[in-house]
Design a binder for this molecule. Structure first.
Ligand SMILES: [Fe+2]
Ligand SMILES: [Fe+2]
Length: 191
């Protein structure tokens, strides 16, 4: 990681206090690694994508922990809570980026991506595509897959089949589809 050189360290430092819930610290770190790989192959501006991925889930800190599991995963019961974490996170991200003096046009794009990262259908830009793809790739990763199996009480082989069925629906970039297939193959050998 080259946080200092790219100036993302202050963004991460501002995000971390809001990521101490829902495994969001590890989720954010792994998703950021996928975002870097997607940027390397798909292009895009890291000054938009990296802050967007670092800040995308900070709004969960405003949703009571005992209600969070109802709001995401394979058995969503309360989709309104998903919108709450997007809306709260977008507002918080705007304040953090303003405090850091992030260029306004870039901050506006980051805030807009965060505001719809889970519930807005489709993708309006390459940057939005990369953020959404990196967010979802976590679920297939060696760290994310067991976390999800445990918290959603899923049988791993069945859950892996379900994840594989989501590939075309979830991913926007060709690179993410390829990485997703690689991750699924790796998880299968680990079952
Ligand atoms: Fe989210
Ligand atoms: Fe996320």
């Amino acid at each position: 990681m080259t946080d200092g050189a790219q100036g993302f360290e202050p963004v991460l430092a501002a995000a971390l206090p809001y990521l101490q819930t829902r495994h969001n610290d590890v989720h954010t770190r792994i998703s950021r690694e996928f975002a870097e790989r997607l940027l390397a192959e798909e292009g895009g501006n890291p000054q938009v994508v990296i802050p967007a991925i670092l800040l995308h889930d900070i709004g969960w800190s405003r949703v009571p922990e005992d209600r969070q599991l109802a709001a995401f995963g394979p058995n969503v019961q309360d989709p309104e809570l998903t919108k709450v974490h997007e809306r709260e996170g977008a507002g918080m991200a705007g304040e953090i980026l303003a405090g850091l003096g992030w260029p306004q046009a870039l901050a506006d794009e980051i805030v807009d991506i965060i505001a719809g990262h889970d519930t807005r259908p489709g993708s309006a830009s390459l940057h939005e595509s990369i953020v959404k793809d990196a967010d979802k790739l976590f679920r297939l990763s060696d760290r994310g897959f067991p976390i999800d199996c445990e918290r959603f009480a899923q049988n791993p082989p069945n859950y892996l089949d379900w994840l594989e069925d989501q590939l075309d629906r979830w991913f926007f970039t060709e690179t993410a589809r390829r990485l997703a297939r690689e991750e699924i193959a790796a998880r299968r050998t680990g079952l």
